[in-house]
Design a protein around this ligand. Structure first.
Ligand code: PGA
Length: 269
C-alpha cells in the first residue's frame, strides 16, 4: 500500500438486518475504538438508509447496495442516486457479485449505472467477481478484465471509486482464498489499470478484497502489497467488523512491539 491510499473497509449488511440488528451493529461500532486511518462505510438496505445515516457518526459513511441508471421515472422497485443523496448518503455499491449472478446484471447495465452514479456526484464501490466456474476453467483473468474494462469506460473520476474484487467461490463456502491467491489477482487488476488507464490511477485507486473476510484472516490479508481494504459480508453483522477495521493497526502495533522487544533484547545483551 502506498501512503496516498487510505485503508477502506465497507461492511455490507446485504438483506440481513432490521432496526434491532442495525442498532446492535451501530452500538458495537460506536463503542469500539476504530483506527482513524481506516475509512469506514456500511452497505445498508435502501429502506434503512435514512435511519442508518441518522444513527451513525458522520465519520462512518453509508452506502446503498445498488441503484438504477437514471434520476427518476416509472421504474418500480428501483432507487436512484438522487434518492440516496436525499437520504443523506454518498456511497453506492455497484456490480456486486450477487447483482451480477442472482439478478443477471450485465457489464453494460453496470457500466450505465456507474456512469450515472458518478455524474450524480456519488462515490462508488465498483465490484468485479471471480466465480467458481471462472476459477475451474482458468477464465479468471479474461472475466475480470472484461468486467474492469466495462467499469473503466464509465469512470470519469477515479478519486470517487473504490474497486472491489470478490472471490465468490470463497464467500460463505468454507473454502478460503489464500493470501497469495488474493495478491495475485489484486496485482493483475492494478497492472491492468496501469496499462489501460494510467500510472496515477493504478497507484492511487484503492483495490479491496471480498470473500469471507473475518477477524481470523484479516490481519494477514491486510499486509498484502496491493490490498487497500475489505468488502465484508457476514462478519459485518458481528463484532468481528471492529477487528477488520483495525486490521492494519493491530498489525502495525504488533510489528512495533516486536521491534521494541528486539531493541530491549539488544540493550540487555
Ligand atoms: P462475505 O460477503 O464476507 O460474507 O463473503 C462479502 C460480500 O459479498 O459483500
Amino acid at each position: 500500500m502506498v501512503a496516498s491510499r487510505r485503508f477502506f473497509v465497507i461492511g455490507n449488511w446485504k438483506m440481513n438486518v432490521d432496526t434491532a440488528t442495525i442498532n446492535n451493529i451501530i452500538d458495537t461500532m460506536t463503542d469500539a475504538s476504530l483506527d482513524p486511518h481506516t475509512e469506514v462505510v456500511v452497505g445498508c438496505p435502501s429502506c434503512y438508509l435514512s435511519y442508518a445515516r441518522q444513527q451513525l457518526p458522520s465519520r462512518i459513511g453509508v452506502a446503498a447496495q445498488n441503484c438504477y441508471k437514471v434520476d427518476r421515472g416509472n421504474f418500480s422497485g428501483e432507487i436512484s442516486p438522487a434518492m440516496i443523496k436525499d437520504c443523506g448518503c454518498e456511497w453506492v455499491i455497484l456490480g456486486h457479485p450477487e447483482r451480477r449472478t442472482i439478478f443477471s446484471e450485465s457489464d453494460d447495465l453496470i457500466h450505465q449505472k456507474v456512469t450515472h452514479a458518478l455524474d450524480a456526484g456519488m462515490k462508488v464501490v465498483a465490484c468485479v467477481v471471480e466465480t467458481q466456474k471462472d476459477k475451474q476453467t482458468g477464465c479468471t483473468e479474461e472475466t475480470l478484465f472484461a468486467q474492469l474494462k466495462a467499469l473503466a469506460a464509465a469512470i470519469t473520476d477515479w478519486s470517487r471509486v473504490v474497486l472491489a474484487f470478490e472471490a465468490l467461490w470463497a464467500s460463505g463456502t468454507g473454502v478460503l482464498a489464500t493470501p497469495a491467491e488474493v495478491q495475485e489477482v489484486l496485482a493483475k487488476l492494478r497492472q491492468w489499470l496501469r496499462q489501460n488507464v494510467s500510472n496515477t490511477v493504478a497507484n492511487t485507486t484503492r483495490i479491496i478484497y471480498a470473500g469471507s473476510v473475518s477477524s481470523t484472516n484479516c490481519q494477514e490479508l491486510a499486509t498484502l502489497k496491493d490490498l487497500d481494504g475489505f468488502l465484508v459480508g457476514s462478519a459485518a453483522l458481528k463484532p468481528d467488523i471492529v477487528h477488520i477495521i483495525n486490521a492494519r493497526t493491530t498489525h502495525v502495533s504488533r510489528l512495533a512491539s516486536y521491534f521494541n522487544s528486539l531493541r530491549t533484547d539488544d540493550r540487555s545483551a
